[in-house]
Design a protein around this ligand. Sequence first.
Ligand SMILES: Nc1ncnc2c1ncn2[C@@H]1O[C@H](COP(=O)(O)OP(=O)(O)OP(=O)(O)O)[C@@H](O)[C@H]1O
Length: 306
Amino acid sequence: MITAQELSKRYGPTTVVHDVSFSCEPGTITGFLGPNGAGKSTTLRMITGLTRPDRGTATIDGRAYAELGNPSRVVGSLLDASAMHSGRSGRATLRIAADLAGAGRGEVDRVLELVGLSGRAADRRVGAYSLGMRQRLGIGQALIARPRALILDEPANGLDPDGIAWMRTLLRDFAGSGGTVLLSSHLLGEVQATVDRLVMIASGRVVAHGTLDDLLTSTGVVVRATDMPALRTMLDRVGATHHLHDDGAVLVEHDDDLDAERIARLASQAGVLLVELRHSDRAGLEQLFFSLTGGAGSPQTLETVR
Ligand SMILES: Nc1ncnc2c1ncn2[C@@H]1O[C@H](COP(=O)(O)OP(=O)(O)OP(=O)(O)O)[C@@H](O)[C@H]1O
């Protein structure tokens, strides 16, 4: 179980992560999705103890990363595949990872096989690897001590469609045997076919979260505010059709004139503080994502990687 609670981080005058909270359950794959610069890496670095949060906490299996006795056995992470020593072979890289993690050398061949780098590739210098091969090796390093959780920052970067399909199967198997996976991406299509849950982040804030099914099935915009009566009054005033959502939020029925952005503006004008605003249908999810990314990752790209 991976939990982030009200994580916040500021660099100079800029708060790059604001009150980010979510949890990832064993047996599931959570996609942490957001455009470049949204705050994904900073959040993942705070969870893995590499960056100190200004506020908030993160735990893995109930403990902060720094309190994990042998972290590699609890959580494997891949945060920057380009940061590997280029002079070592893939096999040597994994041997060192195995030694550091207290895992047996026998794990090296198992992992090389698992990540598709056995044979001659294992003995080539990492400097001669493609980005996709480095990602595979990085995932191998993360898996070397058979951890219960995986945290991967943009693991599909550099992978071709076959590589993405391979990774999807690997992560599904990992989650299928009770593992917890948190992976980031800036491409909706890349994660949509892989994950069970999504946490969507933009400008350092969580803008949507839930199971993929929840986010893709019902129609409309789910809104939650600190003052729900004031929110409903505001929605009545603008003639919105709205209902109480299952979890106590309000579901505003789909209306071309009342999209999420307009709801946010109206709420702001009415002095209503929104704490959740998300599209609850598939088209809406893609629309929201494209509006956040300014259209990065065309539908064509989505079809290619699906
Ligand atoms: N060490 C740092 N010092 C100052 N600013 C930083 C630092 N690390 C990150 N930032 C800034 O914080 C913001 C969030 O960066 P972050 O890398 O977390 O985003 P991201 O969602 O992972 O995006 P990308 O996919 O582009 O890495 C960016 O504006 C970035 O420039």
